[in-house]
Write a protein that binds this ligand. Structure first.
Ligand SMILES: Nc1ncnc2c1ncn2[C@@H]1O[C@H](COP(=O)(O)OP(=O)(O)OP(=O)(O)O)[C@@H](O)[C@H]1O
Ligand SMILES: [Mg+2]
Length: 159
């Protein structure tokens, strides 16, 4: 059976969600710097309704990776890539599968190759659409709108 380590956070505004993303980037980067880039969990799968805070979290994550470009949702492009300076990782990919209609479309995006390169970091909104294309070892982050500007964010590390 696969194991999961779980941490639950409540954020009270979008800035706190960005900060959580930025702090989470430190964990990912620490793994990369330790030279375990080939076995580290380089996929971060995001789940949650429209407006629950996924892109906001990615903005913080990108900031933590030293990316200065503004992160916007890649809804029509599906994948955006950002170069990251070593030793952080080679490339940061922001994927949004909201408009994807079937698995075959995803297979045509070349995500498998991108994921297999352990030096990449891949963050995926609407990751449930990947189904069995997601690696077993990964991070699952769930977003829940608790009303107003409160969000519950659950980070699961699938070991
Ligand atoms: N605590 C919070 N954390 C994150 N966003 C918040 C919070 N409180 C309010 N918001 C607002 O909620 C919205 C979240 O939008 P965001 O684009 O991050 O959601 P999303 O999950 O990526 O949605 P989509 O599925 O459409 O891509 C923003 O307008 C943001 O300002
Ligand atoms: Mg989004």
């Amino acid at each position: 059976m696969s194991k999961t380590k779980q941490n639950i956070f409540i954020t009270n505004n979008f800035g706190e969600t960005q900060n959580l993303g930025e702090n989470f980037a430190r964990i990912l980067l620490a793994q990369a710097v330790q030279g375990v880039s080939l076995s580290r969990d380089n996929v971060v799968a995001l789940y949650g309704n429209l407006g629950s805070g996924k892109t906001t979290f990615v903005q913080g994550l990108a900031r933590g990776f030293g990316i200065r470009k503004r992160i916007i949702s890649p809804t029509f492009v599906f994948v955006r890539q950002y170069k990251v300076s070593p030793p952080r990782c080679n490339t940061f990919y922001h994927v949004d599968l909201y408009r994807i209609e079937n698995q075959r479309e995803i297979e045509g995006m070349g995500l498998r190759e991108i994921i297999n390169d352990g030096k990449n970091t891949i963050v995926i909104e609407w990751a449930e659409k990947m189904q069995n294309l997601l690696p077993k070892k990964r991070w699952d982050v769930e977003f829940k709108d608790l009303g107003g500007s409160k969000r519950k964010i659950t980070i699961n590390q699938k070991l």
